[in-house]
Ligand binder design. Structure first.
Ligand SMILES: Cc1cc2nc3c(=O)[nH]c(=O)nc-3n(C[C@H](O)[C@H](O)[C@H](O)COP(=O)(O)OP(=O)(O)OC[C@H]3O[C@@H](n4cnc5c(N)ncnc54)[C@H](O)[C@@H]3O)c2cc1C
Length: 437
C-alpha cells in the first residue's frame, strides 16, 4: 500500500514532484520506513480556510498531514468579509500578507427603507478570497503539510486506515478531515448527503468599483439580502436567499440598476450554496468519530443571519486540532457546540422569524431609533462579549429599549434625519434620501 501520485506538490513551502514521493513510496515494499512516509497520519480534504488551518495546526505539532485541493489557491465565490471576531480571535488574518480594505461604516437597509448603520468601532476587513486562500495555503505548507493539487473522488475504510483515491492514484491515512465545503465527500461517505433544505442559495459577482464605494446590505422583497462589499480593487456584489426558489438574478440586476448603474462585470456570475444549520437533528448530528471529522462548511458551520462562515471555518478547525492533539478527537463535538453552536443555532432560528419584511422593518427601525438596542446590536455584530453574556445583557436592556421605542412612537414614528446625518455621504453615493424612511 503506497501512494501512487503524479504531478506537483508543495512540501514545507518548496515545490517538488510527486514522483519523489512516489519513488520513496514505490520502494516501500523493501523499506518499511519509506512505506510509513507514504502513509499520512491525517488527510485533510479541502484547503479552504477550514482545511488550511487544520493542516497548519496539525503539521506545526509534527503530525504528518496530506492536504488535498485541486483549486487552491483560488477565488472562491464569496463576499470576503472578515469580521472583528474573526481577525481578533485569529491574528494571523491581520498580517501584511493578506491585503484588505477596512470598512468602518456600512448601511443596512430594510425592504421598506428603514435603515440602521454600522458605525465606527471595529472594521470589517474585505479581502479577495484568492489572497486569503494563498496566505492560508502557504502557512499550511510552511508548517510541513504536503499539498496535493488533486480532487479526492473516493474514500473507503481500509483496515485500520482510510484509502483515498484521486483519479487513479491512492493515498492512505489514519484519520480524514472533511474540509471540502457544502457538498463534502467526507460527509457524504460517513453521514450521507446534505439535503437541499439544509443549504441556502446565493449568487455573487465582481464588478468595477473599489474602496470609494459604500458597503451596503439591502434586504430583498423575498427573504434574503443583497450585499455590496468594496474590495481594494473591485466591488463584490451578490444576493443570498433564506429559502430556495427565488429568482436571484433578476433581483441582483434590479439592485445593481438602482445602486450601481453601469458597473461592468469583471468576471462571470457564480451560484454558490451556503450551509444552513437548521433543525434539531442536524445540530445534534456528530461531526467527529475515531476516523473522521468535519470542519467549516462541511460541518454546516455558517451564520445564516449574516452569511459569515470564514470565522466558523477557522474556529472549528482550531477546535478540532486542539482535540486531536490532546489525543481526544471525540471531544471536538462538545467543543464546537460550546464555542459557537448555540450562536449558529439561534441565528438559524432567528432567520426564520426575520423572513417577513414587516419584522425586519420593525427591527431595523428599532435599531436606528433606540440607542440601547443599537449598542446591543453592534456588540452582537462585532461579537464582543461571549454569546451568553450578550443574551443576558439584551434581556436586562429590554425596559430601556421599550421606553426609547415609546418615545419614538410618541414623536410621530418617523426616523429623525439628524440620526442619519453623519452617514449622509454614504447615502449620497447611493442616491438615497432619508425621508423615505
Ligand atoms: C456567496 C457567498 C458569500 C459569502 N460571504 C462571506 C463573507 O463575506 N464572510 C464570511 O465570513 N463568509 C462568507 N461566506 C461563507 C464562506 O465563504 C464559507 O463559509 C467558507 O469559505 C467556508 O470555508 P471552508 O474551508 O469550510 O470551505 P471552502 O472555502 O468552501 O473550501 C472548501 C475547499 O474544498 C475543496 N474541495 C471540495 N471538494 C474537494 C475534493 N473532493 N477533493 C479535494 N478538495 C476539495 C474546494 O476546492 C475548496 O477549496 C460566503 C459564502 C457564499 C456562498
Amino acid at each position: 500500500m503506497y501512494a501512487q501520485a503524479r504531478g506537483q506538490v508543495k512540501r514545507n513551502g518548496i515545490e517538488c514532484h510527486i514522483h519523489d514521493l512516489c519513488r520513496s513510496a514505490a520502494s516501500a515494499t523493501q523499506d518499511s520506513m519509506k512505506q510509513q512516509r507514504a502513509t499520512f497520519d491525517v488527510a485533510v480534504i479541502g484547503a479552504g480556510p477550514a482545511g488550511a488551518h487544520a493542516a497548519t495546526r496539525l503539521a506545526q505539532a509534527g503530525v504528518r498531514v496530506a492536504l488535498f485541493d485541486p483549486k487552491a489557491p483560488w477565488e472562491k465565490p464569496c463576499g470576503g468579509g472578515i469580521t472583528h471576531q474573526a481577525w481578533s480571535r485569529f491574528p494571523f488574518l491581520t498580517g501584511p500578507d493578506l491585503p484588505r480594505n477596512e470598512v468602518l461604516r456600512s448601511l443596512q437597509i430594510s425592504a421598506n427603507q428603514s435603515f440602521f448603520v454600522i458605525n465606527e468601532g471595529h472594521p470589517l476587513f474585505i479581502v479577495a478570497r484568492r489572497d486569503l486562500s494563498e496566505m492560508m495555503l502557504n502557512r499550511a505548507t510552511r508548517a510541513g503539510a504536503v499539498h496535493f493539487p488533486r480532487a479526492v473522488d473516493n474514500l473507503e475504510t481500509w483496515g485500520p486506515q482510510l484509502r483515498l483515491k484521486a483519479g487513479r492514484d491512492e493515498y492512505f491515512a489514519r484519520f480524514v478531515v472533511g474540509a471540502d465545503g457544502v457538498h463534502s465527500l467526507v460527509r457524504r461517505y460517513f453521514l450521507g448527503p446534505l439535503t437541499k433544505e439544509r443549504t441556502l442559495a446565493s449568487i455573487v459577482q465582481l464588478v468595477e468599483g473599489g474602496p470609494d464605494d459604500p458597503a451596503l446590505i439591502h434586504v430583498t422583497p423575498f427573504p434574503g439580502y443583497f450585499w455590496a462589499f468594496p474590495r481594494r480593487d473591485c466591488l463584490c456584489v451578490g444576493i443570498g436567499a433564506m429559502e430556495h426558489g427565488h429568482a436571484l438574478k433578476p433581483a441582483l440586476d434590479e439592485m445593481m440598476k438602482r445602486f450601481f448603474p453601469g458597473r461592468k462585470p469583471l468576471g462571470p456570475l457564480h451560484g454558490a450554496p451556503l450551509p444552513f444549520l437548521i433543525g434539531r437533528d442536524y445540530y445534534h448530528e456528530p461531526r467527529v468519530s475515531r476516523e473522521w471529522a468535519l470542519v467549516g462548511d462541511a460541518g454546516g458551520f455558517c451564520d445564516t443571519l449574516t452569511g459569515e462562515g470564514i470565522l466558523y471555518a477557522i474556529w472549528s478547525a482550531d477546535l478540532f486540532a486542539d482535540a486531536y492533539l490532546r489525543g481526544a478527537p471525540l471531544a471536538y463535538d462538545a467543543a464546537w457546540r460550546h464555542a459557537f453552536g448555540w450562536h449558529l443555532r439561534t441565528g438559524a432560528w432567528a432567520s426564520s422569524f426575520l423572513t417577513s419584511a414587516r419584522n425586519l422593518d420593525f427591527l431595523f427601525t428599532a435599531i436606528t431609533v433606540c440607542p440601547t438596542l443599537n449598542k446591543q446590536m453592534m456588540d452582537y455584530i462585532w461579537n464582543l462579549p461571549p454569546y451568553h453574556q450578550l443574551a443576558g445583557r439584551l434581556l436586562r436592556s429590554l425596559p430601556p429599549i421599550y421606553r426609547e421605542w415609546r418615545r419614538f412612537k410618541a414623536g410621530g414614528g418617523r426616523i429623525d434625519p439628524a440620526l442619519l446625518g453623519p452617514y449622509q455621504h454614504l447615502a449620497d453615493k447611493l442616491k438615497l434620501t432619508w425621508d423615505s424612511a
